[in-house]
Design a protein. Structure first.
Length: 316
């Protein structure tokens, strides 16, 4: 398993006129007055109401055109900023813009072959989101390398990503990840100490997962709902412990990115709509390159294949 929601129809109530001749006379007079007014408005009247309505309609059309123009201008400005940032950070191509988040979220189901016994009782485990949007999702694990250039690059390029943190290598620099969170990145659970989970008892696995839940809530103010087991390894106890700690889903991955290559899980060695990409907080000590180098490679691969990077949480 190593590595995926009337206005209520109001009945028009007619006014009840007093019964009798006088009441009927009043109704008739009122009706004649209404007819006379209607005739005056329809022929040779001042035409003021028509002009007012036309003026109002004209203003509405102008406002709509202005709004559309404003939206177009915003889109153009965003694209120009994206082009400039891509040049600054030496990307081979300008990243494609992701579509709007889906109004109806895809159903999350466990990938075939990734089930444990009684899987329906536990958080789903998946490597790909079920979507026809040509998007992929970037996730970054552990927290070992804390490269400030990576933070600047991702903020300026506006590339969304999701982090899965292990406390033992994050705790020496919580402010780095607070800056990341302030930029809109969701910080999720990757255990306290990055242990091989199937080798631990249920109680120890729960300590690793719940302990990291508590730590992230204390340090960053929000309890995670996503959990990724170290190395992608888990068993029934892992998912049972994760559920007891408040975890709702277990995203694994379908491709893994490095500064100089991408490794794929599928036989066709390719990306697919909704694929989750894994990479790590690593630097030159572990890679032949930096985190910005890794992003350049990821974005070239993704863009060449016609994909945009979308925000994982928008699809969950």
């Amino acid at each position: 398993m190593q590595l995926v929601r009337q206005e209520e129809d109001k009945t028009q109530q007619g006014h009840r006129y007093a019964a009798g001749p006088r009441g009927r006379f009043g109704v008739a007079v009122a009706a004649l007055l209404v007819a006379a007014l209607g005739t005056a408005c329809g022929s040779g009247g001042s035409g003021a109401p028509d002009k007012a309505e036309k003026a109002k309609a004209g203003k509405g059309a102008e406002a709509g055109a202005a709004g559309a123009l404003s939206a177009a201008e915003k889109a153009k400005a965003a694209q120009q900023a994206r082009i400039a940032a891509a040049k600054k950070w030496r990307l081979a191509k300008t990243p494609l813009a992701a579509p709007a988040a889906p109004k109806v979220k895809p159903e999350l189901t466990t990938r075939d072959g990734f089930e444990v016994e009684d899987q329906e009782e536990y958080p789903p485990v998946f490597t790909t989101i079920d979507t026809e949007d040509k998007v992929v999702f970037l996730t970054v694990d552990d927290g070992a390398e804390k490269d400030p250039e990576f933070l600047r690059m991702m903020q300026e390029l506006k590339i969304p990503y999701t982090a899965f943190l292990s406390d033992y290598i994050v705790k020496d620099n919580y402010p780095y990840f607070k800056e990341m969170q302030a930029a809109g990145v969701t910080l999720n659970n990757h255990t306290l100490n990055h242990r091989y989970m199937p080798g631990l008892s249920y109680e120890k696995q729960r300590e690793e997962i719940c302990g990291q839940q508590d730590t992230i809530q204390k340090q960053f103010g929000k309890r995670p709902t996503l959990f990724r087991p170290p190395y992608g390894n888990y068993n029934q106890d892992t998912l049972r412990a994760a559920k007891s700690c408040g975890i709702k889903a277990v995203p694994l991955w379908n491709a893994e990115a490095f500064p100089n290559r991408t490794e794929y899980r599928e036989w066709d060695r390719d990306l697919h709509p909704g694929d989750i990409i894994l990479t790590h907080f690593r630097g030159k000590e572990d890679w032949k390159g930096t985190m910005p180098d890794m992003i350049r490679h990821v974005m070239k691969t993704v863009t060449d294949k016609g994909y945009a990077v979308a925000r994982l949480e928008d699809y969950l």
